[in-house]
Each structure stands twice: as structure tokens, then as C-alpha cells.
Design a protein around this ligand. Sequence first.
Ligand code: ARG
Length: 458
Amino acid sequence: MTHQQRGGRFHEPVADAMRRFSQSVSFDWRLYREDIEGSIAHARMLRKIGILKPEELSAIEKGLRQIEKEIEQGEFHWREDLEDVHMNIEAALTAIVPVGAKLHTGRSRNDQVATDVRLWLKKVVLRQQSTLQEWQRVLLNRAERDIDVLLPGYTHLQRAQPVRLAHHWLAYVEMAARDHDRLQDALKRIDVLPLGSGALAGSMLPLDREFVRRELGFAALSRNSMDAVSDRDFIVEYVAAATLIAVHLSRLAEDLILWSSAEFDFVRVPDAFATGSSLMPQKRNPDAAELARGKVGRVLGNLVSLVTMLKGLPMTYNRDLQEDKERLFDTVDTIDGIFSVMIPMVRDLVIREEACLKAVEDAQLLATDVADWLVTHGVAFRDAHHIVGRLVKVSEEHGCSLRELPLVEWRKVSPIFDERVLEVFKLPDALEKRVMVGAPSRRNVVAAIEEWKGKLSC
Ligand code: ARG
């Protein structure tokens, strides 16, 4: 802060340590576009209510545009002693346009910074919503290509029942749709204009907040000046939604890590996203997926930091709130970073169909279908479950799979069995019986793909 910006009451300059400790310009410079956008809208409003003359307004607008250009071209000199993006831009403006000194009329950095962050975050949310849709398109495209790949579905990481790989991809399309909705919902509370709240108690000047709202394209005006300058709920909500996005991506990352191991061998991650070992020449590590999995900790850490920052904060603005920005920026960058590798990695993934097929041919995967077969022959499910459990045990004792177990052995366990039960083991027919809403028959999966394609217009 310059001596003048700091006000007339100080004799001593701030200590160097304080300057370094309190500066935010090293990271909040990222808000420069929104800061300038907000200042131009505010200046236009000051002109409308007669505080700025038309020529003063155009000088201010011109000056701000020039500063914006300088920043964009990397020619702007950011000064740490001016503390933050707001003071840097204002000081540069008044240096070229003295009437810039009128710009801060009726405004405080408290309502200014809240406005800037909301403007910035609105753009981010819209952009990340389209990234989520791009992600869904990649998954849908995979689902179309992999429609006839069958593989075991797992619970407890134990082979459970056969599924279509496409159904697995579509599960992530659903998660991304919820993520999109959550961002849409957060947007309602981000899209509120705090400018005009002043430091905490508005202004005695006849500021036209509605005019500024229209200029900046906000959906609503904040309703309470004290709340408006200290509300950061909208950042918490965004970061919470981002945490779930990261969680979902980490789950798919983990699927890929497991599947690319020799033990599964279902997929091969593209060379462009795999790394070697500095020691073991045979290694091919899915580092991109591991990092995507690991990044959740940092996003969740940001969420915890933000909530902790807000807890017990007395009304209204307190400088603690400056800590919101690095956590927010880091979250946005981390989500962008995860998508930047997950999207092409999944798009170019190689599916090892023979390995998937070999795994899904494990007849024990159809034990549940054998139980269901008994149910259709009048056996109570609990009894059927017990009978099939015994059969599995017998087959293990014979060192063979259920499918290979001779019919005589089946009939020893239960006389209800006849040769028709062996039909159960025919894949993919077994899957085709799963036709209720949400189940993975081919027909259902194809219909789900078509439905999503319609929604995402692809
Ligand atoms: N850099 C500050 C922040 O990010 C701007 C607001 C400062 N307001 C103040 N009264 N010191 O929160």
C-alpha cells in the first residue's frame, strides 16, 4: 500500500516482514480481469448518479483498459508493497489518470474482493461444467466402443457378477452428471452481487446497485451488507463440489491402476501417460492415474482449510478471509489438472479383451444366477442360497468350476436340478436377462448410451 492509500494517520511505514506476510498480490493478481470489469461497472454507475463527469468516466475506462492490456502482455509491474491486485490496479490507474482517485467512491476492498471472486468463480464453474460434459462424452464414446466387452464386476474387490465394461463407464457418466448438477446448484449462490455493501454498512451515497448488477450480469443482489462482505459459503460449496469431482476421478483412477496390473491385465494405459522405473526396466507405471488419485487429499485439505478459516470468525470482514484465495485457486487448478490427464488417458486406453473374457468366464460369477434359477423353480431364496453355497464347495473339492461339475453331483445337492440349469452359464445370454431399469443387459446399456448422447448432443 502506498502511504496515500494507507491513509493519513500513519507515521511509520509497514515493516518488511509485515509487507511480505500480508501481501496477496503474488496470487490474487489472477483476479485482474474481474477487478477491472467490476471497476468499470462501478465507474459507470458513479457517472449515472452524477459523481463522475462523462469525460472522467471515459478517462477511467480508457486507463483501466490500458492497464488490462499491459497485464495481459506481461508488461505490468506488480508491486508487493501495494499489497493486493485491487491496490495495484488503482495505483496504476491514478498514476496515468489522476481522476482515478474518485473510483473508490462508495466502495471498499471488502465488497470489491467479494465481487471479483464471485465473477471469477462464475466463469470457472461454467468452464468446468463443460469439461465435465467433455468427460462424459469421452466415457460415452468408450461405452460405445466397448459395448461387447464383458468383465467381472467386483464387490469387496472380489469377483462378484459379470457386467459389461460399457455399464462400468456409464456409472462414471452418472457421477459426472451429479457433479454437474452440484455446480449448477452452487452457481445460484455464487451468482449474487455484493458490491454496494461497502466496508460492511453500505454507503450514504445514492449508489445504484441494480444498475451495477445488470452491468456485471449477476442474477441477484446480496440482501445484507454485513453478510455480503464476509460470506464465503459460495467458495466452500464450490470446493465441496470439487472434492466430490476429485473423489469420482480418483475411483476411476484406482480402477485403471488395478486393471493395468499384471494381476488383472484388463487394460493398458497409453504410453503417453505411463512412466518407467529408474531401476526396474520392466516397469510401466500408471503414474498419471496415481497422481489423479493422490490429488484428492489436496482438494479435501483445501475444503477443510476453508471451513476452519470461517469457523468462529466474528462479524464482519476479517483479514483471515484473504486465505480463501489460494485454497480456491489451488482447487480449480487441481481439478483442471486431473481432467487434463484423465480425459486423454481414458480416451486412448487399450482394452485387453482376451484377458477380460478369460476373467469373466469364471463360472462362479454366475452362482447368483443359479440361485435365481432355483427360485424360479419354487425354492425359497434363502434355501437356494444355501444349496448353491454347497455346490460351490463341492466344485472346489472337485477342483473344477461350477460349469464343469457333473450333473450327478448337482443332483446330489438338490434333486431339483436338471440339465437346463447349465443354460445359466451361457454368456452373454446371462446378462441379457438383466432388463430392469438400471441393469446391464445390452439393450439397456445401448438405450442408456443413446439417452446420454441425446442429452449431451453428441
Ligand atoms: N486482499 C484482501 C483480501 O483478499 C482484500 C480485502 C482487504 N480489505 C481490508 N480491509 N484489508 O481479502
